[in-house]
Design a protein around this ligand. Structure first.
Ligand SMILES: O=C(O)CCC(=O)C(=O)O
Ligand SMILES: [Fe+2]
Length: 418
């Protein structure tokens, strides 16, 4: 296969020419370049969201690699290398969920168990419907939504109102509301939690079930590819994330109303995600990442992630950092007001958070030379023994108003150590 290597910052790697991207932030030499295979991107594609103001063309955006799920499914080695590099360098990438454009990317191994239920277009249409559900959900009166805040019962599932979370150590209130739905509840693995009537209808539960199964299938598929690259024993990562086992996996709707022009606070404070893999459906800007520092970028700057239609944003969380001694990266991100005209809209995201099963102890996995090598290189000591359940509860509730901000820190501090 002919391969050319272009800069990771090249526009074709990130966004189509229809969305002119200015000089991107200078990312350091530590970042890998995008490997491109012989299939060129369709330059006529329009990746803006219809009916929404466009993301301003003069604002720099982060150099996330665009990876095609169809190419991953067809075992395209270049695409798999890009996935591996993105997972180590930035821990964030776009995943194009569209069907293969031509027979050249037909799945030749679609019957592998790890690929069952992997269906990008179906996930996109299911997300479309759930966006509408989310819009209706947040229209409910605040007092009604408030009845489903279960923080006092030690649970992060259910509702979190605007200002019920904090964005920094000073306790500044957040500017968004969440609704978290547990995978175990929807799949009948745990007792159902009380919900507003619109979420308990059979229709909505079926829709959520399909979305959770489809999201989980993509997560397992990605975990399988990472497992191979890490040279872990066959199926190891997937075995820690079984759909039918008890875990903190959840769907979250996030909604932030427009903010006053003269008072733009962070909607969601800086954080790394707690779990393993996050699949994020975004339509408006506002998400920002802090690119990894390197000798050429001593002062990394918060940089917007441009939402791309037909794509999701995938990011890795702390659990994978802990399991791999930092081979995989969980990058800091936050949410601010969408820029320009987009700031006049209510910003909603739909997220699937995949986490290790509750009882998985988050410590370095055995059986991988890549992980052993990394641990040796960084001198990583075996840290505290904490289960996924304890870790996620501590992190999630510590970011609520009145929680312990310091104790709820994630792996982001680690990056400054090495
Ligand atoms: O809304 C977004 O774009 C990101 C939300 C997020 O980072 C989170 O809920 O962990
Ligand atoms: Fe996040």
């Amino acid at each position: 296969m002919s391969q050319t290597s272009t800069s990771q910052l090249g526009a074709s790697a990130i966004a189509p020419p229809a969305l002119p991207l200015q000089d991107h932030i200078q990312s350091g030499p530590a970042l890998h370049h995008l490997e491109e295979d012989a299939t060129p991107e369709d330059s006529s594609e329009d990746l803006t969201y219809p009916g929404l103001p466009p993301f301003p063309s003069d604002i720099p955006t982060a150099p996330l690699l665009r990876i095609s799920l169809a190419k991953l499914l067809s075992n395209n080695p270049t695409e798999i290398t890009n996935l591996w590099n993105a997972s180590r360098d930035l821990g964030f990438f776009y995943l194009d969920l569209r069907s293969p454009p031509s027979s050249s990317t037909k799945r030749d191994s679609a019957h592998e168990p790890s690929e069952r239920n992997v269906d990008g277009p179906a996930l996109l249409s299911s997300a479309e419907k759930l966006f509408k559900t989310g819009e209706e959900l947040f229209k409910l009166p605040t007092e009604e939504k408030q009845r489903y805040d279960f923080k006092d019962q030690g649970s992060y599932f259910g509702y979190k109102g605007i200002g019920a979370g904090v964005v920094d150590a000073q306790g500044t209130k957040d500017r968004n509301e969440f609704y978290n739905v547990s995978k175990d509840d929807i799949l009948g693995i745990s007792e159902p939690l009380p919900t507003p009537a619109m979420l308990s209808s059979e229709n909505t539960r079926e829709r959520l079930k399909g979305f959770m199964e489809g999201s989980h299938a993509i997560v397992s598929f990605i975990l399988g590819l990472l497992n191979d690259k890490l040279s872990l024993p066959e199926g190891k990562l997937q075995s820690l994330h079984r759909l039918e086992e008890v875990s903190g996996d959840q769907v979250r709707w996030v909604s932030a109303p427009p903010q006053p022009q003269n008072d733009q606070q962070k909607a969601l404070g800086e954080h790394t995600d707690f779990g393993s893999i996050t699949l994020l459906h975004n339509r408006l800007g506002g998400l920002q990442v802090l690119p990894p520092s390197s000798p050429s970028t001593p002062n990394p700057e918060w940089t917007y992630v441009l939402p791309l239609r037909h794509h999701i944003i995938v990011n890795l969380g702390d659990a994978l950092v802990k399991l791999t001694a930092g081979v995989l990266r969980s990058n800091i991100h936050r949410v601010v007001s969408p820029p320009g005209e987009q700031g006049k809209e209510t910003r909603m995201s739909l997220v699937y958070f995949a986490r290790p099963e509750d009882e998985v102890v988050l410590k370095r996995l055995e059986g991988s030379g890549v992980i052993d090598e990394k641990a040796k290189e960084t001198g990583e000591e075996e840290g505290e023994e904490i289960t996924a359940k304890e870790w996620i509860l501590r992190r999630a509730l510590g970011r609520r108003a009145g929680g312990d901000w310091k104790a709820s820190a994630g792996t982001e501090g680690e990056r400054f150590k090495h």
